[in-house]
Design a protein around this ligand. Structure first.
Ligand SMILES: C[S@@+](CC[C@H](N)C(=O)[O-])C[C@H]1O[C@@H](n2cnc3c(N)ncnc32)[C@H](O)[C@@H]1O
Length: 324
C-alpha cells in the first residue's frame, strides 16, 4: 500500500499518545516534536483520521528551516520552487497559515505570502493573504510550520480541522477539547461490556469520544446541572445521561473517565470525597488542574498508572491515570 507523508498537529503533551494511535493504525511515525508528528501514512488516514489529532496536512514539501533572518527567506522561496509538489490539486482560492518556533526578524504573514506565491504559481489558484483580510469561507487551507530544523508545507485534505467534531452541537463552560477526551479514552484501555461513568459529564465530550473508540462498552454520564445534561443529550442521544451528584454515583462503574471543574470557571474544592465514592471502579482517568494532581496521586486507595502534562489554551492541565 503506498504511503503518503503527512503532518499531524496535536496538543502539547499528547504527542507520544498520538504516535501510539498512529502506529497501531498501521502508519509510520518518522519524526515527533512539540505539537507535531511527521508520518508516512496509508490512505486509510483519510477515511479514519487520528482522533488525537488537532489537524492533519498532506505534505507538499519539507525543506530546511531558513533560520531567523528575513534575508534567509529568499532561500526558502528557491527551495520551495524546486521541491513543492501539490498533493491535492485544487483550483479554488486558498489561504496559508504559518507558525514558527523561536524569535525571527520576519513575521507569519511574510512566510504565508512567500509560500502562498509559490503555491499560486504551482496551482494557478488564487491566493488570499491573511495579512489584510479574512480569507473566503470556501477555500483550501495550506499550513506551514518552521520547527527550527525543517519547514513543512502541507494542504488540509478535510473541510475543517480534525478537532472540530460533527457530533458537537452544544458545549458548556469548561467543555473539553475533543482530542484530549479521545486521549483519555485511549489511556483507559476500554473493553466491550465495561460500564464507564463520567460523574462530571458536562456536554458529554469524554464519553462521546470514548464511545467512538470502544462502541461495545456501556456509558453513563451524570451531572448536577440540567443545562449540562440537555447539552449532552443533544450531542449524543445514544448515551444515558442522568442528573446526580458526583459524590453519590447511582451506578457501580468499572471505569471512571472524567473532567472535574478546575476551579477556573467552576469550583469544586477538595476532590478526596469524590475519589472515595468511586470505590467500585478499578481505574480512574481524570483531567485535573496542577493543584488537584496531588490529591489524586496521593490517595491511599489508588496507585498512579501514569501522568500526562498538557498545555491547552493557556492552561496546564494534567491527565492522571489511577489503578487499584
Ligand atoms: C469541567 S465541566 C465538564 C465538561 C465536560 N467534560 C465537557 O466536555 O463538556 C464540569 C461539570 O461538572 C459539573 N459539576 C460540578 N460539580 C458537580 C457535582 N458535585 N456533581 C455533579 N456534577 C458537577 C458541572 O455542572 C459541569 O458540567
Amino acid at each position: 500500500m503506498p504511503f503518503t507523508r503527512v503532518l499531524v498537529r496535536t496538543v502539547t503533551g499528547l504527542e507520544h499518545l498520538a504516535a501510539a494511535e498512529l502506529t497501531s493504525a498501521g502508519h509510520r511515525v518518522l519524526d515527533l516534536s512539540k505539537r507535531q508528528l511527521v508520518v508516512d501514512a496509508t490512505q486509510v488516514i483519510l477515511s479514519e483520521p487520528p482522533k488525537l489529532a488537532d489537524d492533519l496536512f498532506l505534505i507538499g514539501a519539507s525543506v530546511d528551516d531558513p533560520g531567523r533572518t528575513k534575508d534567509a527567506l529568499k532561500a526558502l522561496t528557491r527551495q520551495l520552487r524546486r521541491q513543492l509538489v501539490v498533493p491535492l490539486p485544487h483550483d479554488e482560492p486558498f489561504a496559508v497559515s504559518a507558525s514558527y518556533v523561536g524569535k525571527r526578524t520576519y513575521n507569519r504573514y511574510d512566510v504565508e505570502d512567500l509560500v502562498g506565491a509559490v503555491i499560486a504559481e504551482r496551482t494557478g489558484a488564487r491566493y488570499h493573504s491573511r495579512r489584510t483580510s479574512t480569507p473566503p469561507e470556501h477555500r483550501t487551507d495550506w499550513r506551514v510550520v518552521l520547527d527550527g530544523d525543517s519547514v513543512h508545507v502541507g494542504v488540509r485534505p478535510f473541510p475543517a480541522p480534525l478537532h472540530r467534531r460533527n457530533w458537537r452541537q452544544h458545549t458548556v463552560p469548561g467543555s473539553l477539547h475533543p482530542p484530549v477526551a479521545a486521549a483519555m479514552a485511549q489511556l483507559a484501555g476500554l473493553e466491550p461490556g465495561q460500564v464507564v461513568l463520567d460523574p462530571f459529564c458536562g456536554a458529554g465530550t469524554i464519553l462521546i469520544e470514548a464511545q467512538r473508540l470502544e462502541p461495545g462498552a456501556e456509558y453513563v454520564g451524570a451531572d448536577h446541572a440540567e443545562a449540562s445534561l440537555r447539552a449532552a443529550e443533544r450531542n449524543a442521544a445514544s448515551i444515558q445521561w442522568q442528573l446526580g451528584d458526583a459524590q453519590s454515583p447511582q451506578i457501580a462503574a468499572d471505569r471512571i473517565l472524567t473532567n472535574p471543574p478546575w476551579d477556573v470557571r467552576l469550583t469544586i474544592g477538595n476532590l478526596t470525597p469524590y475519589l472515595n465514592s468511586w470505590h467500585h471502579a478499578d481505574s480512574v482517568v481524570a483531567i485535573v488542574n496542577q493543584h488537584q494532581v496531588a490529591t489524586l496521586t496521593g490517595h491511599p486507595a489508588w496507585n498512579t498508572g501514569s501522568v500526562h502534562n498538557l498545555s491547552l489554551a493557556g492552561l496546564h492541565p494534567t491527565i492522571v491515570v489511577l489503578r487499584r
